[in-house]
Design a protein around this ligand. Structure first.
Ligand code: SAH
Length: 219
């Protein structure tokens, strides 16, 4: 299950080279993405596509973002070692693994039980000490707040105020803001004080929607 062959290593090197060509320059991001075996976060049937710059389907009609999107979001987070980061939308667990490789303390929430379980198993197999939780991301994870950074990996129409309140002063929140089924604007919010924020826009992306409450269908 955790095999990383010369071939997958080679494909991953090429993926990282391509990210650099596309303008991803943060050394720490490129290094982390060269270390995380992306092919182990998707179904075996899709392994040939694991290192292409495309989103791929995972279970529950969700997707793992394309490598460029993961890299761009990660750059915006300004990750440094030992920072506490909350991710909303664990999905495959790939983005959380990249943040962990950068030395952050990672907390991640997923609303689909089966995705949560599969990601948790993957983290254990790959020996990634990531705290993961099955729950509604809109609620955040108050026990571990405040976070130095919060990353939302699904589309939201409005900034979740509850999550802003779980962000430390000086911290950043990165989120694709906009309606589902249209392009969203990658937005970076910096918390200047308890009630002051600055907002920046960083291009258009397309994400699956952030939905309220946990999924109740049994899988
Ligand atoms: N970061 C993931 C990809 C995320 S896709 C990866 O690296 O693979 C978006 C994910 O957000 C989906 O798995 C979806 O189920 C989840 N999601 C949607 N609404 C949510 C919510 N309210 N709380 C937590 N997770 C949510």
């Amino acid at each position: 299950m955790t095999t990383d062959t010369y071939r997958t290593q080679g494909l991953r090197k090429q993926m990282v080279k391509d990210l650099l060509t596309q303008g991803i320059q943060q050394e720490a991001v490129l290094k982390a993405m060269s270390e995380v075996p992306r092919h182990l976060f998707i179904s075996k049937a899709l392994i040939e596509h694991a290192y292409k710059d495309i989103p791929l389907p995972i279970d529950c009609q969700q997707t793992i973002s394309q490598p460029y999107t993961v890299a761009a979001q990660t750059q915006l987070l300004e990750v440094s070692k030992n920072q506490r980061i909350l991710e909303i939308g664990t999905g495959s667990g790939y983005q959380a693994a990249v943040l962990k490789k950068m030395g952050a303390a990672v907390y991640t929430i997923e609303r689909h039980l089966s995705l949560y379980q599969a990601a948790k198993k993957r983290f254990e197999e790959l020996k990634l000490a990531i705290a993961s939780k099955y729950g509604d991301g809109y609620k955040g994870w108050a026990e571990f707040a405040p976070f130095n950074a919060i990353l939302i990996t699904c589309a939201v129409e409005e900034v979740p105020q509850n999550l802003l309140s779980q962000l430390a002063v000086g911290g950043v929140m990165v989120l694709p803001l906009g309606e589902p089924d249209k392009d969203q604007i990658m937005t970076k919010i910096i918390k200047i004080s308890d009630n002051e924020f600055t907002t920046q826009s960083h291009g258009n992306y397309r994400f699956v929607p952030m939905l309220k409450a946990t999924d109740t269908t049994k899988k």
